[in-house]
Design a protein around this ligand. Sequence first.
Ligand SMILES: [Zn+2]
Length: 429
Amino acid sequence: MKLKLILLLFLLIITGIRCTKSDESINNYHKIIAQTDAIYDDLVKVRRDLHIHPEIAKQEKRTSKIVADYLRNLGLEVQTNIGGNGVVGILKGGKKGRNIAWRADMDAIKTDEPDVVSFSSKNEGVRHICGHDVHTTIALGIANVLSQQKENLKGTVYFIFQPAEETFTGAKDMINDGLFDIIHPDEVYGLHIGPEASGVINVKANELFAYQKTLKVKFEPNANEKELENFMHTVLKGFVRNIEQKGSPWNIIHKISDSKIGVTNKETIFKDYFILQGARLHTDKGVTFYNASFLETNLKRVNNVPLEIKKQILDSKFKDSFISIEYAKDYSGTPLNDPELTKIASQTISVFYNKEMFTPLYGQVPYFGEDFIYYQQKVPGVFFFLGGSNVKKGITSMPHTPNFAVDETTIKYGVQSFASLLLERANSK
Ligand SMILES: [Zn+2]
């Protein structure tokens, strides 16, 4: 009887602690919603200002100054010029806890496509067509809200504002410039605007995108180049599986968000595939080059492709003219989401957030690249998609497409849900 009583008391205490924690989390979430609502109009102003003044990779001077000033005004410790125009903001909580990093990218893109919004780019030929202005604004919003939650925050939240994502160099440059001497995160998170409806969050464990690779094959000058080109095309086409590309990449891209075959459906066609993007043979300074670029979902296969192609060449009549085969330098990569943290983040956000707005992804998204992987090679982390489309308003937020635009309400959703996630992770044991 006594033992039963002790067990009962123990259970009550455990349940009691759980309830209190969950109540505290939900209280914090409600505070975060109210605080986000209060700064939303200002965040839209910040976003539009960044959109009107876009800066390409390695030229993000104005943007990084705006970011640094904003963070200083919030009372954060700020360091600038890391790996170029990189900025780091450090928010220390009132109590000891864990260290969590949030990364946003700041650069825009050269494009002659006209801007589709009324607050269009004033920088001719440059436009935020990938949504990094929205990423930067959401990160500033999270910093703002969490700085108001300082008394509830245990541990430290780091904000990484990265330059030059589009050139796939900014993350590396910040890391090589001592980023991880300045910050010591236990986990790292980030997001990209995706084509789903405004506020919809998508995530999956492990690879989010397909691997994009470019192969370089060298031959001695061959008398019959046409024959060699045909042979190599046939070899490469032999790898194509599951998604046969017909026409331009856009024929495939618009299917990504299809409810039946897109990446939000378990039955998606975007899993376990090889897409041949392009291939070309040319001769330069007495050497014949065959270059081919492709998308492959499986890392083992990626590593095997050059070996298999080499074997086929050496078994062919072109074996004597073969010189070498190798991958070109990487200008693309896929986030590799830590499975355990993905699970925890999904559960954490689902508790607060409208469940319908939080949907898992299946398969791997083609034609996307991200240098977020360089942070994940140092620290486990998770990279999310945050939808920005709004069919009723005619807004489609597929990055890098000519009509790209973002429903700004997603700024609110992004700040609310991810500020809550970071607070929970920093405060977790
Ligand atoms: Zn981007």
